[in-house]
Design a protein around this ligand. Structure first.
Ligand SMILES: [Zn+2]
Length: 312
């Protein structure tokens, strides 16, 4: 049976899957990335995982992978803040030498974008954006039927556009970036800001900053907590304004929201759509820009996109 191997390298875990040309996952496994000592240890686990998954009956036609800090042109992973790697890891070369197969590496956000494009919510679209709302904010852009890469491979960093001059400090070194407001971490920062500047009673007040996760805020909001709902409303307000700006640039048919925070559903989508409608240019008003949830779920979009690198 001919299958592609998809690899999704994340800071916490690395996922592997065998995927057919129609986007069906026939087998999968994973191993911890954060427990690895270095890239040599990582490759040992990767090779073992591949051997176990592929066995004797599968004919691999190629390998696709998504990773943070991927240099798509060089096939390397460079200066990855959340991976236990040396500054430059020869990912494609290492796998090509071992398996003698075509190997392609893309940024993790682009892998998810390809997944939604070929097998998910954006199937057949010529213009769409994917935003992954996780710990940070990842973005992939398909414009005029092409995945945007940029001259040096770092285009489409929507998480690091300034949405608030002199705003919150970002890991990238700038102030007021989108992801400091619109991400699981951004939501938490907003909740703490609301606790500091208002008197609203909330069960969230008994949690320390380190102990609180976006899930606590989500659960408090679901049970009707005013402060938690307000944290979501403010997050949606900033996101909607950012989407209106992105619509002005790219005029996408749809903006797909994925990642943990997007799973909050109406708590996030309702204020986001309301804000987008208010901030949109005249030709984009009337809900012309569809905002839709991922069709593939957090775990599979990047794996399927990695496989699409092989099949498409
Ligand atoms: Zn930033």
């Amino acid at each position: 049976m001919q299958l592609a191997l998809g690899i999704d390298i994340g800071g916490t875990s690395t996922k592997l899957a065998l995927i057919d040309a129609a986007g069906h996952i026939t087998a999968r496994s994973s191993f911890s990335t954060s427990d690895r000592a270095d890239e040599h240890d990582f490759f040992r686990h990767l090779f073992a995982g591949i051997a176990e998954l592929v066995g004797d009956s599968v004919e691999l036609v190629g390998i696709g992978a998504g990773a943070p800090s991927a240099n798509e042109q060089q096939g390397t992973i460079e200066n990855a803040a959340n991976l236990p790697f040396s500054p430059k890891v020869e990912f494609c070369k290492t796998l090509r030498e071992r398996y003698n197969l075509p190997v392609t590496l893309v940024k993790d956000s682009n892998a998810s974008t390809l997944g939604e494009w070929h097998f998910g919510a954006a199937k057949g679209m010529k213009n769409f954006l994917l935003l992954t709302l996780g710990t940070g904010l990842g973005c992939g852009i398909v414009a005029n039927g092409m995945l945007l890469g940029g001259e040096y491979g770092h285009g489409g960093e929507a998480g690091h556009i300034c949405v608030q001059p002199h705003g919150r400090a970002c890991g990238c070194g700038r102030l007021g970036c989108t992801e400091t407001y619109v991400s699981a971490t951004g939501l938490k920062r907003t909740a703490f800001e609301l606790m500091a500047t208002t008197m609203h009673d909330s069960p969230l007040r008994s949690l320390s900053y380190d102990a609180m996760s976006a899930r606590h805020i989500y659960e408090a909001a679901l049970s009707g907590d005013f402060l938690a709902k307000k944290a979501f409303a403010e997050t949606g307000e900033v996101l909607g304004r950012a989407l209106a700006d992105m619509a002005a640039w790219f005029e996408p048919a749809a903006i797909v929201l994925s990642g943990g925070l997007a799973m909050a559903g109406d708590l996030l989508f309702v204020p986001t759509l309301d804000s987008l409608e208010r901030h949109a240019l005249a030709f984009h008003k009337g809900h012309k820009i569809n905002v839709i949830p991922s069709a593939l779920g957090e775990n599979d979009a990047a794996l399927l996109g990695a496989a699409a690198l092989v099949w498409k």
